[in-house]
Design a protein around this ligand. Sequence first.
Ligand SMILES: *Cc1c(COP(=O)(O)O)cnc(C)c1O
Length: 373
Amino acid sequence: MSIRMIDLEAEYVLLAEEVLPVITKVLKSGSYIQGKIVRDFEQDLAQYLNVKHVISCGNGTDALQISLMALGIQAGDEVIIPAFSYIAVAEVVCLLGATPVFVDVDETYFQLAIASVQKAINLKTKAIIPVHLFGQSAHFEALCELAQRNKIKIIEDCAQALGGKYSIDGKEKFLGSIGDFGCTSFFPTKNLSCFGDGGALFTNDDELAARARMIANHGQKKRYDHHLVGVNSRLDSLQAGILKVKLTKLNQVIERKSAIAERYKDRLKNLKLVELPDNCLAGQNSWHQFTIKVANGLRNPLKEHLTAKGIDSMIYYPMPITDQIAYQSYGAEFPVAQKLSYEVLSLPVHQLLTLKDIDYICAQIIAFFDARS
Ligand SMILES: *Cc1c(COP(=O)(O)O)cnc(C)c1O
């Protein structure tokens, strides 16, 4: 038995028939950067998410950076970010010379803890970047209220939550379509992914969209007409073509992953030392990861047990960002982030797993705890 976190080779085989003609067409077109197909994909994604503007770019990290640049974030400004997250969110704030203000997360949903966000806000706070971690959503209603009251911008990091939803003011909206900007990544392991690097940002604000589009392409309004200091961050035509095909399957991917998550929850519900992830705060979890918490210091032994049984698992993330060497100077204690880094374990949840695979994984997990009781 061998169960991996993700099986990109098998996913490719399923897609090949549909994707290869698109790739050939782009290759024959000679239009490899900013081709028409890039705009077509942007329009498809805008329609899917029900946002006014989608601006594609080179990767998800760039999407975050371009958003901050479009909002004019600079040295002296503070940006609130979670201490328990992927590194990109900290990187971009520091690169722009702004100050990252790390905040702890809540223990159940792994999202920015609202009381701590509230405490961190001051006159220098210009933006908050909630990361919708693992496919779950941030505590969005409370965040929006705080942001509005204090005139702070919200940039949603949707790299792990594209296709997920959140109900706000009685309306269900896609994550990424609610803040001033939403950002995503098309890295191969994400729910909507390409065959390389790619990313996009979304907004409903015409002016911000125009700025972001210029910044992503050397700050130029049209060729050799540079209005802003920009970057070179563009989605390849080839990747746009691939994404255009894969976007039509995103709902299916999320449905499949939801079914897998439900199976896990059903099979593992009686384990006392395992806490299962919640479905959602107020919407639809897109199940980028299925992340359990293992108590009593048993996380690492369980991981080793699964490895011995041919089952991959991953620790996202092994430490709070502020424990990383590059970010220690922003240090502070984040007890929840610290605790989570000892307890979390992400189990395989990719779309090609069968329920039999999940039952096998669950049987091995149950056997591990049975042997200890
Ligand atoms: C993947 C990811 C990113 C960065 O995306 P890249 O395309 O790899 O630059 C940013 N934030 C989160 C939460 C991610 O998971």
